[in-house]
Design a protein around this ligand. Structure first.
Ligand code: SAM
Length: 277
């Protein structure tokens, strides 16, 4: 899978696969093994004036500067991207990073991971001339309800979230399936052959449960008792309830759509949960 990142700060990404944010961990491994490739494109290389100007004042007045459409068009032309109406979006997509975009989620990451190519256009200043979105982009994505000073962090977030879903990138094929926002949602997916529950959102729309490793006691805090006694049923029960409790504490909004049983509801009620009317 190929990523093209259009930016005025290519150095932000370093030189993959050795340096910078693309040069570490899972992403670096994917780039080294050829499961993915990432190419940064300096927008200033597509300007034609002495000052390599990429921005201009906004029509209608107001604060700040706006990224011009022309360098972005020429950059995409140089990447041999077919024009928007003829682009096969089941194979490639051009994304504008924008605070006004649709929210990027794990489901979006899963969809993007099925494509051959993802192009990420990083905005700056007050944003990007709207004709880039109108004429060039298949989608506008926001990584959250806050405003960043540039699209580069968003591009890095999307790239990381997508790359780790590519087949062969994670050590264990199921790792990305059984975690918060994973897609493992069949009851049989939630259990290993030994009957131990996986790290899973597969219990039906819940956040992952808390994890512990050695030592069994740290700074006076012991691991939860069921995790140490080898009783798989007790472990399973504890993990499921801990996932419920974690979801209630941090993302109660997920509970409304979660696949929870009457027993779960009773447990949540003991923690003060009241289902929406
Ligand atoms: N004037 C814009 C607004 O109010 O929506 C904010 C522009 S922001 C300062 C500059 C650039 O940062 C944007 O063009 C976009 O590429 C990027 N950006 C800011 N927030 C973002 C977010 N939540 N998700 C993705 N990209 C974001």
């Amino acid at each position: 899978m190929r990523f093209d990142i259009v930016t005025i700060f290519p150095e932000f990404f370093g030189s993959p696969p050795d340096q910078g944010i693309l040069g570490h961990g899972v992403v670096s491994r994917a780039l080294r093994t050829g499961l993915a490739s990432a190419h940064t494109h300096d927008l200033r290389a597509f300007t034609h004036d002495r000052h390599r100007t990429v921005d201009d004042r906004p029509f209608g007045g107001g604060e700040g500067m706006v990224l011009k459409a022309q360098p972005i068009f020429e950059c995409l032309e140089s990447l041999n991207l077919t024009p928007k109406p003829t682009r096969d979006t089941t194979r490639e997509t051009v994304i504008l990073l924008s605070a006004q975009g649709k929210r990027f989620t794990q489901a979006t990451a899963r969809r993007l991971a099925t494509l051959d190519r993802v192009v990420l256009i990083c905005g700056r200043y007050e944003g990007v001339d709207e004709r880039v979105s109108q004429l060039l982009c298949d989608e506008e994505l926001s990584i959250g309800d806050y405003v960043l000073s540039g699209g580069e962090l968003g591009a890095a977030v999307i790239l990381d979230a997508v790359v780790r879903l590519l087949p062969g990138v994670l050590g264990h094929a199921d790792s990305s399936k059984f975690e918060s926002f994973g897609e493992g949602d069949r009851p049989e997916d939630t259990m290993t052959a030994a009957g131990v529950p996986r790290s899973t959102h597969g219990s039906g729309g819940l956040l992952d449960y808390p994890h512990y490793t050695r030592p069994a006691e740290f700074l006076g805090v012991p691991i939860p008792e069921p995790l140490g006694n080898g009783d798989h049923l007790a472990i399973r029960r504890w993990r499921h309830q801990a996932a419920l409790a974690k979801t209630l504490a941090n993302r109660p909004d997920l509970l409304a759509a979660a696949d929870i049983s009457d027993e779960d509801r009773e447990f949540l009620a003991t923690l003060g949960y009241q289902p929406p009317a």
